[in-house]
Design a protein around this ligand. Structure first.
Ligand SMILES: [Zn+2]
Length: 445
């Protein structure tokens, strides 16, 4: 036991993380094919551009660039004044062009940071834009290729090797997932492959300066749980190897969930093997041009989850832990604030509402903020029940918030809560929420 302890003290893990996130834009990165490919018939979302047919010319998806900038801004990055795409050349059957359009020397965003638990700052090296590859499926002796995913916008977020424990890695990855969902740039569903993690892991003797001269790349990790297990395993494996005096070298490893161990996939290619060069078919783009205005993009960004969490503590006097739970999703946070607004008119405190939401966990997709107040008061509290008056309020709420109305019409059910919130605010929490919702739905038809 004692020996094990000293071993833990002697070495320090050095970990960097690369996160790929698929954007939920309507179309692909460089063509007009639908990017909504999940579960669709293979090779039905394709065209000459994303199949890499000779002569096909790509053009840039503006929404994807905006989404990438949003992620960069949220992570406190510098946004480049000009940026361009490059070709990353390598041969693999899921890459029909023989190269991936990516960014290497001129990434869109550089030099950001994100704070993780324990007040640790993780430096972000870069946030860049690229395209996804096709998908290979191995069936017995055959390999099938589906190009529906080929060319779907992908953003890569690369940290400096600033992690020294696996908890910080998990915290960081979860924060990113939450951020993508707040920004509504991706569903960030790990199982569906919307969000993929790669970790670079090495181990050095404590107190040793500089970085170790090798690093192990862990690839294709599709859950937080596997990532934690794989990193834990790697740290132990590398420590044991160094203890025995073995020399570790650069390689890529995968995670075998059945055997609970990592295994070697290949020795790593160096960056220069990719022969990056500027993509000649796409012009460089200027960010402060009329096309992309940082100010405009910033205006359309929501409050960041960690900022919201701080504000909830300050404004509503709730605990740090409760604030964290209530801001986990934007929808729950909005629901809470609407209920608080409504509660003011009925002497129900924010703390009571917070406790109710956390302990009872109502399904907020079908539950109304006013119902929380009614449950807490033990009686019906809606005062304005007059249809004419409610219709006026509903219309006003729609006029004041056309974006939520449009979002709802486009299929985002959650946007309705913002409109109900509007009615509550306009009526000082006196509207009958059930009736108001009915009228709202009628008006939005
Ligand atoms: Zn296409």
């Amino acid at each position: 036991m004692e020996e094990g302890k000293t071993q833990v003290m002697k070495y320090e893990p050095v970990i960097g993380l690369e996160v790929h996130v698929e954007l939920n834009t309507k179309s692909k990165m460089f063509c007009r094919c639908s990017a909504d490919y999940f579960g669709k018939e293979p090779n039905t979302h394709t065209c000459p551009v994303c199949l890499g047919l000779p002569g096909a010319l790509p053009y840039t998806n503006k929404q994807a660039i905006e989404d990438c900038i949003k992620i960069g801004l949220a992570l406190n990055c510098e946004i480049a004044e000009k940026s361009l795409f490059e070709r990353k050349n390598y041969f693999y059957p899921d890459l029909p062009k023989g190269y991936q359009i990516s960014q290497y020397r001129w990434p869109l965003c550089t030099g950001g940071r994100l704070q993780v638990t324990g007040n640790r700052i993780i430096r972000i090296n870069r946030v860049h834009q690229e395209e996804d590859t096709g998908k290979l499926t191995h069936e017995g002796n055959e390999t099938l290729i589906d190009f529906n995913r080929s060319g779907v916008p992908l953003v890569e977020i690369v940290t400096e090797p600033d992690f020294h424990d696996v908890e910080s890695v998990r915290d960081y990855a979860k924060k990113l997932q939450q951020l993508f969902r707040y920004l509504e740039v991706s569903n960030a569903d790990m199982e569906r492959g919307d969000m993929r993690l790669e970790a670079n892991i090495s181990v050095k003797r404590k107190g040793e300066s500089g970085l170790p001269n090798y690093r192990i790349e862990l690839k294709n990790i599709n859950s937080f749980r596997f990532m934690v297990a794989a990193i834990d395993y790697e740290i132990k494996r590398q420590k044991a190897a160094l203890e025995k005096g073995e020399k570790l070298s650069q390689e890529t490893r995968g995670w075998n969930e059945d055997k609970k161990c990592t295994y070697i996939q290949r020795s790593k290619e160096e960056a220069h093997d990719y022969r990056y060069f500027p993509e000649p078919d796409l012009p460089e783009f200027r960010i402060q041009s009329s096309e992309f205005r940082i100010k405009e993009i910033k205006k359309n960004m929501p409050e960041m989850p960690w900022v919201k969490a701080e504000r909830f503590i300050k404004d509503y006097g709730i605990s740090e832990n409760n604030s964290k739970i209530l801001t986990e999703t934007k929808e729950l946070a909005e629901f809470f604030e609407i209920a608080v607004e409504h509660g003011k008119a009925h002497e129900v405190s924010a703390k009571e509402i917070a406790n109710y939401l956390i302990n009872k966990k109502p399904d907020i997709a079908s539950f109304l903020p006013t119902q929380v107040i009614e449950e807490l008061k033990g009686k019906k509290v809606g005062v304005i029940e007059d249809s004419g008056e409610l219709e006026k309020l509903a219309q006003q709420a729609i006029d004041e918030n056309p974006k939520s109305a449009a979002d709802y019409k486009a299929g985002k059910e959650a946007a309705l809560q913002a409109l109900i919130g509007g009615i509550m605010r306009l009526s000082s929490g006196k509207a009958d929420a059930g009736k108001a919702k009915e009228i709202l739905l009628e008006l939005l038809k």
